[in-house]
Design a protein around this ligand. Structure first.
Ligand code: FE
Length: 234
């Protein structure tokens, strides 16, 4: 990707992130992550994803882990020149800056989790339709090949992290990121993600990460969200 393409993608990412954050159940104002009370709400009830993900998991995952990242981000940017910036700009500006590593980790986790909640819905999963399916078939040969690659990627991520379906130019790709890392800093446009930190599945599946990933693919994926992200990216 040359510099011109990179800048174009960065601008697309900023605009896209604002739209994504102002989507279903979100009340974040563009230009700021606002206050703790403005942070995106879970776009469904705690028990909406049962039996694939229990209400107890979401109580901890959203209620404790996610809120912890949100509270830490707000605390870390308070009184700094990052305070009134959009979340995506906070992530970009703190990425790779040693003294801002805590800010980066918390802000990136906040963004990744906002994205993850919207990547799922009640009675989701299965095969998508329309342009997102065509793009998957062009990039991965067919839908079952994509499922195999995404599943392997999520299963084999060593330790904590994420698997993503992303748009890179005119192609779709599956990538992994470790810990808090996010495609936003790689010039890639995220379309869909699964959290494979143990806190996402351990209460329900213990060490059986593969069973959690299978439930995500079969029953939870919000393909409308992924398709909307692709449309917005152009
Ligand atoms: Fe998580």
């Amino acid at each position: 990707m040359d510099r011109r393409d990179f800048l174009k993608t960065s601008l697309q990412l900023s605009a896209l992130a604002m739209i994504q954050l102002s989507g279903i159940g979100c009340s974040v104002q563009p230009g700021s992550i606002g206050s703790a009370s403005d942070l995106p709400a879970l776009p469904y009830a705690n028990n909406a994803l049962e039996p694939s993900i229990s209400a107890r998991t979401l109580e901890f995952h959203y209620g404790k882990h996610h809120q912890g990242y949100a509270a830490n981000t707000l605390k870390l940017i308070a009184g700094t020149n990052l305070e009134r910036l959009p979340l995506t700009a906070i992530i970009q500006k703190s990425h790779g800056v040693k003294e801002l590593s805590a800010t980066y980790n918390n802000a990136a986790q906040l963004y990744n989790h906002n994205f993850y909640w919207q990547s799922m819905k009640s009675n989701g999963g299965g095969k998508p339709q329309g342009r997102i399916l065509q793009a998957i078939e062009q990039s991965f040969r067919d839908f079952s090949a994509f499922v195999k690659i995404f599943t392997e990627s999520a299963t084999t991520q060593f330790g904590s992290g994420w698997a993503w379906l992303v748009k890179d130019g005119n192609h779709l790709k599956v990538i992994n990121t470790g810990n808090a890392d996010t495609p936003l800093t790689m010039g890639l446009i995220p379309l869909l993600t699964i959290d494979v930190w143990e806190h996402a599945y351990y209460l329900d599946y213990q060490n059986r990460r593969a069973d959690y990933i299978a439930a995500f693919m079969d029953h939870l994926v919000n393909w409308e969200f992924a398709g909307k992200n692709m449309e917005l990216a152009g």
